[in-house]
Write a protein that binds this ligand. Structure first.
Ligand SMILES: [Zn+2]
Ligand SMILES: [Zn+2]
Length: 369
């Protein structure tokens, strides 16, 4: 049966979120309905609000969610009502070229429809009373009391952990820790620079620390973020701008770092990450840049200095393997997850939550239902 739910809706770019009652259809074949417990306040949703991410409107954002399965559609056997799950914004079909080649984060089946804001069949489960569609950012629409998603977008986890903490695994932790462990495959003693100490950057730092990388040099505009970065394992903090590159070189034998990460998604910082890598070093681009932007990474230098540029999408993770792994690593004290949650908010406070995210004082705010 369709149900009425409260959700945070964006009517168009450069407008605030507003809270509205929407109709949520029952899950169809292969889909499940999730009662959200929590959803993190991530910068990617803000790119929709500013118009930097192309997205049909009206839309419900929210892609860093966790909750409890409420009902399952026809043919779903892997999940049942009551299961605790983390939402996965890059679900894998198991059948396409990428899934068959160990890159489920690049699955070709789901990417296009989910980024159009619909289910695989091109329709939405959310609509208004007049029947007009309301789109789901990343196919998740987790800034809502309930959501309907493909069952592959739900990763079951043990029920004894906080769903508030677990929600962050679905974006910031996967993207950041995954980039350090999988995309970069960091080893003990490698020198690392992480540019941008938001949710993704802090997780890259703690992933690098867990792998024994050293030094780990955090770079940010905001001194408060650098202090936070040290709590997550950074050995040094460098304020961006000014002589940041000179400071990084001074900390890395005059060469630059073995591996540099750009965790924001802006051209200027990507160019800085390139300059901060040593000859023979690797540059990991993990921050999502607005589509259509370009970055000047000079081929003349890439060749002569043998630098490697690697993209990292969702931390190169296999969500079904890695979400439960990250939870176990946290339980064993090797990753800090609870510490990432600096503040919780109610759904009605979502505009305030984004205002605070933009001031850069917090690790992660989380909407709790
Ligand atoms: Zn995110
Ligand atoms: Zn696939």
């Amino acid at each position: 049966m369709p149900m009425s739910i409260r959700a945070a809706v964006l009517e168009g770019a450069r407008q605030p979120f507003h809270i509205e009652n929407l109709i949520l259809d029952a899950p169809r074949a292969g889909e499940v309905r999730v009662r959200l417990a929590a959803c993190g306040v991530c910068h990617s949703d803000w790119h929709v609000a500013t118009g930097d991410t192309r997205q049909p409107f009206p839309v419900v954002c929210g892609h860093e969610g966790a909750g409890v399965i409420d009902s399952v559609g026809e043919g779903v056997t892997a999940l049942k009502p009551g299961d605790h799950v983390i939402l996965n914004w890059a679900p894998a079909c198991d059948e396409c070229f990428y899934c068959q080649h160990g890159q489920p984060n690049l699955c070709a089946t789901f990417t296009d429809p989910l980024w159009e804001g619909t289910m695989l069949d091109g329709t939405t489960r959310l609509h208004r009373a007049d029947g007009s569609p309301v789109y789901a950012y990343c196919g998740l629409a987790a800034f809502a009391e309930y959501t309907v998603v493909p069952h592959q977008a739900c990763i079951p986890v043990r029920p004894d952990i906080s769903l508030v903490t677990a929600s962050l695994v679905g974006c910031a932790v996967a993207t950041g820790v995954g980039a350090a462990w999988y995309t970069a495959d960091l080893k003990p003693g490698l020198s690392v620079v992480v540019i941008g100490c938001g949710g993704v950057g802090l997780n890259t730092i703690q992933g690098a620390a867990a792998r024994g990388a050293a030094p780990i040099i955090a770079v940010d505009l905001n001194p408060a973020k650098l202090a936070l970065a040290q709590q997550f394992g950074a050995t040094h903090g460098v304020l961006s701008g000014g002589d940041a590159l000179a400071q990084i070189r001074a900390l890395t034998g005059g060469r630059g770092a073995d591996v540099t990460f750009e965790a924001v998604g802006t051209s200027a910082l990507q160019e800085m990450a390139f300059a901060a890598a040593r000859p023979g070093g690797t540059v990991i681009l993990e921050g999502l840049s607005p589509m259509g932007t370009a970055t000047n990474l000079p081929g003349a230098v890439i060749t002569r200095q043998e630098k490697t540029i690697k993209g990292s999408y969702y931390g190169s993770v296999d969500a079904r393997r890695d979400f439960p792994l990250f939870i176990e690593e946290a339980a064993a004290g090797r990753l800090k997850l609870d510490e990432l949650v600096s503040r919780t908010w109610k759904l009605d406070e979502i505009n305030d939550a984004y205002a605070e995210m933009l001031t850069g004082e917090v690790a992660r705010g989380v909407i709790v239902f």
